[in-house]
Design a protein around this ligand. Structure first.
Ligand code: ZN
Length: 135
């Protein structure tokens, strides 16, 4: 079951510059920065109430985030749904004809399990499914 919006992923060219906007202008607090070798991104989370913005900066030119910025510029990259059973959700979406980027979940930030759905099958929005594994 989809429970809520876990986070909104935002692609930025420079995380340090982005932090100035989110912290100094918006007055929000950055929490939990980490590097994902697998996804070739540096990630910073910005909690807002019950959800978060996930700032993403590419760590390598071949990073999906670098490619995204190259073709579409900085901006909203994906919307992540929180689910309590990611495998079941993926199976269900597959049966209903969605094109999955990840047939099986991979490990995301903060010990989560994540999987992406191809935006071509979801009206142009890149959706991520996300399951917290430590509760
Ligand atoms: Zn995400």
């Amino acid at each position: 079951m989809i429970k809520k919006i876990s986070h909104i992923g935002v692609a930025v060219k420079n995380l340090e510059e982005a932090k100035k906007l989110y912290e100094e202008v918006f007055g929000l607090k950055i929490e939990g920065e980490e590097v994902s070798e697998e996804q070739k991104v540096k990630i910073a989370f910005v909690p807002i109430g019950d959800t978060r913005i996930e700032l993403l900066e590419a760590t390598e030119p071949q990073s999906p985030i670098a490619k995204f910025i190259e073709s579409r510029g900085e901006g909203v990259h994906h919307i992540a749904f929180e689910t309590d059973n990611i495998e079941a959700e993926l199976q269900k979406f597959k049966e209903k004809g969605l094109r999955l980027i990840d047939e099986k979940p991979r490990s995301g930030a903060h010990g989560t399990k994540i999987a992406f759905i191809h935006p071509r099958s979801t009206l142009g929005v890149l959706f991520e499914l996300c399951e917290e594994t430590h509760k």
